[in-house]
Design a protein around this ligand. Structure first.
Ligand SMILES: Nc1nc2c(ncn2[C@@H]2O[C@H](COP(=O)(O)OP(=O)(O)OP(=O)(O)O)[C@@H](O)[C@H]2O)c(=O)[nH]1
Ligand SMILES: [K+]
Ligand SMILES: [Mg+2]
Length: 386
């Protein structure tokens, strides 16, 4: 082969590879596009399936015709232990993951909505107390009007001592407000004290309206017209707080249907958002940030649950017995020596002479106290009987 021929053959070869390269490149690009498309389709299909699955599972929660309570098994759970904590949140925020983390109970965890269809109780042992934690189905907007089993979930929340609202740190910020509204609409008041208004319906005498200082948002006329609407014409009203609102007054009239419950907000899945976002969320009031997946913030959460419950540990001591500090009597805040007596035994009050109290509630330890003495956390109480 002459030199010119050699050059020409190389050029031809090069041309071919150029073309091949172009086609190969083209083919590879097409393949990639195909794969991407396929992948996108897969994601779409997965989303669709998940949506379908969630819809069908939500139907499992819906009331069946002829039953007033709803489909599936009923989920009233016997109260047990020293306090009840209800896990409230949208589907798939990690309620069951949390129950499985902080108690010995395993509740099913999955990445589709409405995995949990009933209430699942677990026990958290802390500071010698037994705290009942209730894992519940997820609720959605409109739950209080009977969407899904929302009404039953919310009714269960109303029986709790603390609502633990589980929120998804990766989701939009309005979850909190939506859930608050759902709970509010059935008479649950979160992190509020009952309004400081004395109200008593009378047989006669018309409306007697008084206030310790002039209320800013209420007056006798408003109160009178609200009461007429309730067909109450004789009543005594004493407003002891100038900041109470019309809504507060209505709550007082409906006191039997109002529950004032503490609420702790826990943002889960913080492993999936930026540090700045975690920081922003953690600064909201009554809020903790956690990750069930990475075991972050769970100890802190349990501590916050304990302090929000405001439970008191009282160690009771019998004459001549040594004190056992591992088995306290757990009572509510505002508990008195009388509460302690009732918790020990119903009849102990009949033989009560006095109590000897050691601890933060007394000036001298021990101090002789009567039934009305208010106890403090970690007091030691010895009941002296007749
Ligand atoms: N990234 C991340 N995922 C989590 C975390 N905790 C739970 N998950 C996931 O979130 C999904 C839902 O968890 P569940 O515990 O079933 O949620 P749920 O609130 O009980 O859901 P429903 O019972 O359906 O209302 C699962 O795929 C979990 O693995 C977390 O801390 N981080
Ligand atoms: K789920
Ligand atoms: Mg669940």
């Amino acid at each position: 082969m002459g030199i010119l021929e050699k050059i020409q053959s190389i050029q031809e070869e090069l041309n071919r590879t150029q073309k091949n390269k172009a086609t190969e490149y083209h083919i590879v690009r097409q393949l990639i596009a195909l794969l991407l498309n396929e992948y996108g389709m897969l994601i779409q299909v997965e989303g669709l399936l998940k949506g379908k699955l969630a819809r069908y599972r939500a139907q499992l929660l819906e009331p069946t015709p002829g039953s007033s309570s709803g489909g599936g098994q009923g989920f009233e759970v016997q109260k047990s232990g020293d306090a009840r904590i209800a896990l409230i949140g949208f589907p798939s925020v990690g309620k069951s993951s949390l129950l499985s983390k902080i108690t010995k109970t395993k509740s099913e965890v999955a990445n589709y909505a409405f995995t949990t269809l009933t209430s699942v109780p677990g026990v958290l042992e802390y500071n010698g107390a037994e705290l009942q934690i209730l894992d519940l189905p997820g609720i959605i907007q409109g739950a209080s009007e009977g969407k899904g089993r929302g009404r039953q979930v919310i009714a269960t929340a109303k029986t709790s001592d603390l609502v633990l609202m589980i929120l998804d740190a990766t989701k939009a910020g309005d979850q909190r407000a939506i859930l608050e509204r759902e709970l509010e609409s059935v008479g649950i008041r979160l992190n509020k004290d009952p309004p400081n208004i004395y109200f008593k319906v009378k047989k006669q005498g018309g409306l007697k309206f008084n206030a310790t200082s002039p209320p800013k948002y209420l007056d006798e006329k408003i109160v009178g017209s609200i009461l007429r609407d309730y067909k109450v014409h004789n009543a005594e009203v004493l407003v002891r707080d100038e900041n109470v609102t019309v809504e507060d007054f209505i709550d007082v009239i409906n006191a039997g249907h109002r529950s004032y419950i503490r609420c702790l907000y826990a943002y889960n899945k913080i492993d999936a958002v930026s540090l700045e976002e975690v920081d922003r969320l953690a600064r909201q009031p009554h809020t903790v940030v956690i990750s069930c997946e990475l075991d972050l913030g769970l100890e802190d959460l349990v501590e916050r649950i304990w302090s929000d419950l405001s439970l008191l540990r009282v160690y009771t001591k019998r004459r001549g017995q040594t004190l056992k500090f591992d088995d306290p009597l757990v009572v509510r805040r505002n508990a008195t020596v009388e509460t302690v007596c009732d918790s020990i035994h119903r009849s102990i009050k009949d033989q009560f002479r006095y109590a000897l109290v050691w601890g933060a509630s007394v000036k001298y330890s021990p101090q002789k106290c009567g039934l009305q003495h208010a106890v403090a956390d970690e007091d030691v109480v010895s009941i002296v009987t007749k």
